[in-house]
Ligand binder design. Structure first.
Ligand SMILES: N[C@@H](CCC(=O)N[C@@H](CS)C(=O)NCC(=O)O)C(=O)O
Length: 269
């Protein structure tokens, strides 16, 4: 379509169509007016949708992590995003220093400083990173895929991490009677195995957890597979689909670099 006929078509779609019988000169003026109006509208719409990206206004990011902890998932995402960032390692031996508690009174990793904002909770941190790298689609490509990512992340954070692994790593927090601590750990192992069976079933026939590409959920699943392997859950033998997904994650260059940077083994052993 020539430029003129394209403009004529656009003009016909405008309210100026009734003026189409005017002289050539007037018609030209109307075409210009209609075209300018459209581009103004486009500019307003684009401005409303604008978000800072990795190339424009990248904020200063610092991730507080513990090697191999759940903070590994947002750490992987940061590296995958190609965003400039720094990390602060909180060692298990020195614990949560008062200066860190001031920033994150929850006393847990991960948390991330994004300019002046402090963001806690793994799914929220991964959302912040995904928003800064929109072309990477870390939360899926469609609205439904984004919903699925949150469905996964909420469950992984609340049920598998908080409830199941919480009971295994910190059973004393679940009961006041010290004599029951062993029973809590035992029950936690059962709950974790149930969660792994659920993940295994959900991953049947899938390359990635959500949609057709790597997402924040795959990085998060990677963390819990490592923990299971570390705690003797026979991950390779019992959960082949989950293991295949984790192997795909482990093959990614940025994942290898992140694991190396944290100084932990790829497989949690
Ligand atoms: N709900 C938090 C949980 C964070 C969490 O429990 N992190 C662990 C490391 S994986 C931690 O800092 N534990 C220290 C503690 O519980 O005292 C999230 O999803 O980020």
């Amino acid at each position: 379509m020539t430029h003129t006929s394209h403009i004529k078509l656009r003009l016909r779609n405008h309210d100026a169509v009734s003026h189409w019988r005017l002289t050539e000169h007037n018609r030209y003026a109307i075409v210009i007016a209609a075209t300018v109006r459209e581009s103004e509208q486009d500019a307003v719409a684009a401005h409303a949708l604008e978000r800072p990206t990795s190339t424009t206004m990248a904020p200063k990011l610092n991730l507080f992590l513990a090697p191999g902890a759940c903070s590994l998932a947002p750490h992987i995402l940061l590296r995958e995003a190609g965003l400039p960032y720094t990390t602060t390692t909180i060692s298990y031996s020195t614990g949560f220093l008062p200066e860190y508690l001031k920033l994150n009174p929850k006393g847990k990793v991960p948390f991330m400083q994004m300019d002046d904002a402090v963001i806690t909770e793994t799914p929220a941190i991964m959302t912040a990173i995904a928003q800064l790298a929109p072309t990477k689609h870390f939360l899926g490509k469609t609205n439904l895929e984004t919903v699925r990512c949150y469905e996964w992340m909420n469950w992984l954070s609340g049920t598998l991490h908080g409830q199941a692994f919480g009971g295994l790593f910190r059973p004393e927090r679940f009961v006041t009677d010290a004599a029951l601590v062993g029973a809590v750990s035992e029950k936690a192992r059962e709950t974790i195995a149930g969660c792994y069976a659920f993940i295994e079933e959900r991953l049947q026939g899938k390359t990635w957890a959500v949609g057709e590409d790597f997402s924040a959920v795959d990085a998060y699943l990677f963390v819990f597979w490592r923990w299971g392997n570390m705690k003797g859950f026979e991950m390779r033998e019992k959960y082949p689909e989950y293991t295949a997904l984790v192997e795909r994650v482990a093959e990614r260059e940025k994942v290898r670099e992140t694991v190396e940077e944290e100084g932990v083994g790829m497989w949690g052993t």
